[in-house]
Design a protein around this ligand. Structure first.
Ligand SMILES: CC(C)(COP(=O)(O)OP(=O)(O)OC[C@H]1O[C@@H](n2cnc3c(N)ncnc32)[C@H](O)[C@@H]1OP(=O)(O)O)[C@@H](O)C(=O)NCCC(=O)NCCS
Length: 393
């Protein structure tokens, strides 16, 4: 978590961490301390030089860095010692441990600039750390590392979190950031994360090659961790390398690829048949995910005339790419597009897939709930189920 996240709501974040721990997650927490370090240096009248966005940490500054990082660690340990009052876990004391798990090396001299005590991860002592997790402890990794020669190095907390998540083969990495840094589209691939102007998302995306779900959350949202992990729509930015490398609106050049994906499903009666001509007219409504030029998933959004509702249609994932959350990524995209168009309801008509949609927050509706114009087009023979989701704004 960012050092600023700490100051805004440490007690609430500690509470959420303890709840996640009680729910069975094994937690490694990387508390950043940049604002605290900045304040300590400023207080001592030390101006630290930044080179390529990285602080040059002199020996004098390192003393203050150690103090600031130590203070952050102590405050977090204290907050985590409060437990979960008024819950079945209230008498359960969770062990919080930290230690010399992070082995660091100096960044060294780059472009003629000696970074001195600014370091980077050399390796993580994975086995002892995993033993602590297996015994039920929460492990804290403050943003300091030690060298085999006994020196202390100042590390960038977000880079340490990414490296630790990769080294531990973690299921999830969640980073709590200030609101402006946590802003972004709700779902991203690593390659699209690197195309945003957001450096933090780009750095976090580095973990997505190993960690299947990387989340960037606004620390000012109360309960952000719980809401992201345990609500369908989540509240943060999700970066996932779900087997695709590009997501974009479709163009006429994609018609062949989309037909290749949906025709077998049309033949099985799962999707309503669409001719090439119809697709040409509707192509701008389609979003797709592609891998090496192959369309691996598509979906379309049709705003319904004279209503605040839109229809999600033609959601399809290539059989080789199913069960990788791609449909959920596309659904998030479509919902985002619908919100941007001012829509507040999303309909879907389906014969085979009602359950999947219900798991994504849709509820059964009657045909009469459709806007009148769409009711007239309803195909009684298909007898599709109508499902409706109200979009949160
Ligand atoms: C439905 C579909 C889009 C899901 O794509 P996906 O990328 O595999 O979905 P996700 O990875 O996000 O979710 C997979 C989960 O949904 C479940 N699921 C898939 N199809 C389902 C269905 N018809 N009913 C209920 N659950 C279903 C899977 O079993 C899996 O469950 P798990 O997570 O417990 O293992 C895909 O199976 C598909 O293209 N189906 C044919 C087209 C279709 O039915 N489109 C909807 C009509 S508009």
């Amino acid at each position: 978590m960012d050092g600023a996240a700490r100051t805004s709501g440490l007690a609430s974040i500690a509470h959420d961490l303890l709840l996640l721990q009680a729910l069975g997650l094994r937690l490694v927490v990387v508390p950043g301390a940049r604002p605290q370090i900045d304040a300590a240096l400023e207080g001592a009248g030390i101006v630290s030089e930044l080179h390529r966005g990285v602080r040059v940490t002199t020996a004098e500054a390192q003393q203050l860095v150690n103090q600031a990082v130590g203070q952050v660690r102590i405050e977090l340990e204290a907050a985590l010692s409060r437990g979960l009052p008024e819950s079945p876990y209230q008498h359960q004391q969770v062990a919080v441990v930290s230690g010399n798990y992070v082995i660091a090396q100096p960044i060294g001299v780059r472009d003629g600039v000696d970074y001195q005590h600014s370091g980077e991860l050399r390796r993580l002592e994975v086995e002892p750390l995993k033993q602590q997790l297996a015994m039920g402890a929460i492990v804290l990794l403050p943003s300091l590392g030690y060298s085999p020669s006994g020196e202390v190095f100042n590390l960038a907390a977000e880079d340490l979190a990414v490296a630790a998540a990769k080294a531990l083969n973690a299921d999830k990495l969640a980073w709590l950031a200030p609101s402006d840094e946590a802003a972004g589209p709700k779902a991203l691939t690593p390659s699209s994360a690197s195309q945003t102007d957001n450096q933090l998302l780009e750095r976090l995306a580095d973990a997505a090659s190993v960690v299947s779900r990387v989340h960037c959350l606004d620390s000012n949202v109360d309960g952000a961790l719980l809401k992201e992990f345990y609500t369908r729509d989540g509240v943060g930015v999700l970066i996932t390398d779900g087997g695709y490398d590009n997501e974009r609106p479709a163009t006429v050049d994609d018609i062949g690829g989309i037909l290749g994906l949906i025709e077998p499903l049309e033949q099985q009666g799962v999707l309503v048949p669409r001719s090439r001509e119809q697709l040409e007219l509707e192509i701008e409504q389609f979003q797709l995910l592609e891998r090496d030029g192959l369309v691996v998933a598509c979906a379309a959004l049709f705003p319904l005339a004279d209503s605040d509702a839109g229809e999600l249609a033609c959601l399809a994932v290539h059989p080789d790419y199913r069960q990788k959350q791609l449909a959920k990524v596309l659904l998030r995209r479509i919902e985002e597009a619908a919100r941007q168009q001012g829509l507040s309801q999303l309909f879907v008509l389906t014969t085979h897939t009602a359950h999947w949609f219900k798991e994504q927050g849709f509820a059964t509706a009657v045909v009469d709930a459709l806007p009148v114009e769409r009711q007239q087009l309803y195909n009684n023979q298909r007898n599709s189920q109508v499902l409706l989701k109200t979009l949160s704004h």
